[in-house]
Ligand binder design. Structure first.
Ligand code: C2E
Ligand code: CA
Ligand code: CA
Length: 668
């Protein structure tokens, strides 16, 4: 039977049935004769059978009935076909009530009225729509049964607040008819005088979902789902504030770049995800938080960790990487370097301080040969400070023109005539030079490699132009790091520099290493563009690290520089000698020029000659020297300040030559 439907359905019921219907209705209702006499009324209505109601009048919402002096408004519909009996339903309305009713029934706000027992007396369409109940299902429903079973606490709290203050503003989950839940924010008001609780609610499910998603994103790494840097720093800060003694494990993957660059970023991402899963699956205790800190860096926070526990955890992490990962169908072996910092006893008890220390220790683990753990100590702090000082000094030196190349001649064999020179960067400090080994690692970490490369290239192009102008053009080599190979501008920049110096690009040999080419996807196109601009390319340090004979064919190179480790063994080790001989032969067959590096003894020079090497570089012939010495050597002092030629293979001589003696054209 339809209680709240249109009048048509209602009219079908017979009179005795109607009286029981009246009692089930959630709102004041009465059966009334067309004369206004009450036949029956339900418990919500304070009238007796026989009481007289005023004549109905017709309004826009149907007939209304005047009810005594209270002027209540009623909805009236006929029950008998002839209209002799009417059903009057409605609520007493005081002034402004219909506005309230409008408000009540329109919009998204949820309204509910329930009695002291928690039974729902009235709800609006928005409430019913949200929870998926029809109004007849709602009436008399115990509102608390809509809360999740385990949420007894909310009910307790709300009832207490309503009793004490008459109001409560809880937010809780409500079960819908289909069994799902919506989160609703309520303002509940309990009116003691009528024994009713009135609630206005708002569905905040979506809002909460979005907020939760944003919060999740703010504190998690999207790729791996691990905590992110922000979350880690936040948690670490809290632990420290609360006086805990946390330990940090800074885990830096070894050579991840190579994997990423050789297999592609997708494979790299897949590897990181799988790796994160494996690291997270080791049971490290409830106080452990594993975060992805940066590209290939993970940090494990042990909220309560001494050196023992941290070391054991690090060993577990290293051990879990022993089995290879299967990525893009191939097994990949991953190792990492772990740096540990312990808050207990550290003078650096801040989140940043501990992270820095762990990072420094990881750096030390890396430089000690990777795949190991290093616990931070004060000695490392001193080292880190040195790096910091070196970086600051390096920036100053770059600005002040103290970063400049020396040039080491390349000679022809036999004979030793100078056929070129390689620019090797130095840091000039007073009367001596620092060699690249003493500062390039810092430059690399500080992101200064590209800029240093430009300084050297600039100086070398100027030097080549000066030599050409003096009538003794000499091919010069410059070393290009992966940082430079990443920049597409480098080609245009080099081409413009060479053109404005009036040089032929083929007089510049750009030396690159295989690892620099492998380190970035951008390298190959850059190499091809450099080639197409007319520069010559040389593969440096061949025979170390990643060397592959295939690269000799595939890379757009003109020259191969065979690493000095080959030359060192050439005299005594007949296997090396045989290998080097076939390497030289292969290069020549591929029309590649070969330069043997690091010749220190006459025996080595002889051996190089014997296996067919025709170009060489090494201390036996010349050490790196300032440009004016090189100029003197090749021109007989015909450029710059026209000093007499000086053979400067004496390193002491090289180092003490004042910068003022350099020709203006060759000064970096
Ligand atoms: P490299 O390109 O292999 O340069 C040759 C290195 O071998 C130079 O060291 C040179 O002084 C040294 N050397 C030459 N002959 C001999 C020898 O007979 N015996 C021995 N023991 N060593 C010899 P240097 O100048 O210390 O440079 C080291 C490395 O630093 C270079 O290796 C190169 O990789 C890098 N480097 C130097 N200058 C630059 C630069 O301007 N840019 C870039 N990106 N890297 C540079
Ligand atoms: Ca080189
Ligand atoms: Ca080399």
């Amino acid at each position: 039977m339809q209680l709240f439907g249109s009048g048509d359905g209602a009219a079908e019921a017979s009179l005795p049935e109607w009286s029981s219907v009246l009692h089930a209705m959630p709102i004041p209702a009465a059966l009334v004769r067309s004369t206004g006499e009450v036949l029956a009324a339900n418990r919500w209505l304070d009238v007796e059978p026989g009481d007289l109601l005023l004549e109905p009048e017709t309004g826009p919402l149907g007939a209304t009935l005047r009810f005594g002096a209270q002027k209540s408004r009623w909805r009236v519909r006929p029950v008998e076909q002839d209209g002799s009996v009417l059903l009057a339903t409605g609520e007493r309305e005081d002034a402004g009530d219909h506005l309230l009713r409008k408000f009540f029934s329109s919009g998204d706000s949820l309204f509910v009225v329930y009695d002291q027992a928690g039974q729902i007396i009235q709800s609006n369409a928005a409430w019913e729509a949200l929870l998926g109940y029809t109004s007849d299902q709602v009436f008399g429903l115990d509102s608390w049964t809509l809360l999740p079973e385990d949420d007894l606490e909310t009910r307790d709290r709300v009832e207490k607040e309503l009793r004490a203050f008459g109001r409560s503003e809880p937010t809780f989950q409500m079960r819908t008819a289909d069994g799902s839940y919506r989160l609703v924010e309520w303002a509940l008001h309990f009116d003691m005088s009528v024994g009713r609780c009135f609630g206005i609610g708002r569905d905040v499910t979506e809002q909460e979902r979005v907020t939760a998603e944003l919060e999740w994103r703010a504190f998690h790494d999207q790729l791996t789902g691990l905590a992110n840097r922000a979350r880690l720093v936040d948690r670490l800060g809290t632990v420290l504030e609360e006086g805990g003694s946390p330990a940090l494990l800074f885990c830096d993957l070894d050579r991840f770049k190579v994997v990423n660059d050789s297999l592609g970023h997708q494979a790299g991402d897949a590897l990181l995800t799988r790796l994160a899963g494996r690291l997270a699956s080791i049971g490290l205790g409830p106080d452990a938080l594993l975060a992805r800190f940066g590209g290939d860096e993970f940090v494990l926070l042990l909220e309560d960790g001494d050196e023992d526990r941290a070391t054991r955890a690090a060993e577990q992490l290293l051990a879990c990487l022993e089995a290879p990962f299967l990525v893009a169908g191939r097994p990949i072996h991953v190792t990492m370097s772990i740096g540990i910092s312990i808050a207990a006893g550290s003078p650096n008890r801040s989140a940043d301080g501990l992270l820095d220390d762990a990072d420094t220790a990881a750096y030390a683990a890396k430089s000690q040969g990777r795949e190991r753990l290093v616990v931070f100590d004060e000695r490392l702090r001193a080292q880190a400070k040195r790096r910091f000082d070196v970086e600051a000094g390096l920036r100053r030196a770059m600005r002040d023109g103290h970063i400049q190349p020396l040039f080491q001649p390349i000679v022809a064999l036999p004979g030793g005539g100078i056929v070129g020179a390689e620019a090797l960067v130095r840091w000039k400090q007073g009367d001596h030079y620092l060699s690249p080994g003493q500062f390039l690692d810092v430059a690399q970490d500080a992101g200064l490699m590209a800029e240093i490369g430009q300084i050297v290239a600039d100086a070398s192009i100027e030097a080549a132009a000066a030599l050409a102008e003096a009538g003794r053009p000499l091919p010069l080599s410059i070393n290009m790091s992966d940082a430079e190979l990443k920049s597409p501008d480098i080609c245009t920049w080099m081409a413009e520099r060479v053109a404005s110096a009036g040089l032929d690009p083929s007089s510049i040999l750009i030396e690159i290493t295989e690892s620099a080419v492998l380190a970035t996807d951008e390298a190959m196109p850059v190499l091809e563009r450099l080639r197409s601009h007319g520069f010559r390319l040389g593969l440096d340090d061949f025979g170390t690290g990643f060397s592959s004979l295939a690269h000799l064919r595939e890379l757009p190179i003109n020259v191969v520089k065979v690493d000095r480790s080959f030359v060192a063994d050439l005299v005594d080790d007949h296997v090396t000698r045989a290998v080097t001989a076939s390497l030289v032969e292969l290069c020549h067959a591929l029309d590649l020029d070969v330069i043997m590096e690091g010749i220190e003894t006459a025996d080595q020079a002889a051996a190089v000659e014997q296996i067919g090497g025709s170009k060489a570089q090494g201390f036996l012939f010349h050490r790196p020297m300032p440009i004016e010495d090189l100029a003197s050597l090749v021109t007989g002092g015909r450029i710059g300040n026209k000093r007499p030629p000086i053979e400067t293979t004496d390193p002491a001589r090289v180092r003490t030559r004042p910068a003022a003696a350099m020709p203006a054209t060759a000064r970096p």
